[in-house]
Design a protein around this ligand. Structure first.
Ligand code: ZN
Ligand code: ZN
Length: 105
């Protein structure tokens, strides 16, 4: 019978059985040893970010003060013109089709 081995997860610092461990290679970081629950957490975070981005596509706005067109995430409470910093003369550009915005970004 094989001996039961445990490895310390590099995230939660808990000893976890070796069969529950995987090496995770991030783009910038060196490989990390993660247990299954930490891997699940990681996956969840990524999908949540992706979902958030697709639910809130940037909308096109136009500032009447400086006739400046810009795109901003409409989930922000106040939309300010990046050019003059004011929010009182902002108009939403509704004529722009959604797929044009997506292609453009
Ligand atoms: Zn862990
Ligand atoms: Zn402006």
């Amino acid at each position: 019978m094989k001996s039961f081995k445990e490895i310390i997860c590099s995230k939660c610092k808990n000893p976890v059985p070796i069969q529950d461990i995987k090496y995770v290679q991030d783009k910038k970081e060196s490989p990390r040893i993660l247990c299954s629950s930490c891997r699940e957490e990681k996956k969840e975070n990524v999908s949540r970010v992706l979902k958030k981005q697709s639910e809130n596509p940037k909308k096109s706005y136009h500032c009447l003060r400086c006739t400046y067109d810009f795109k901003v995430n409409p989930s922000k409470a106040d939309i300010n013109c990046p050019y003059c910093g004011k929010s009182d003369r902002i108009k939403e550009n509704k004529i722009v089709p959604i797929d044009a915005i997506l292609k453009d970004s």
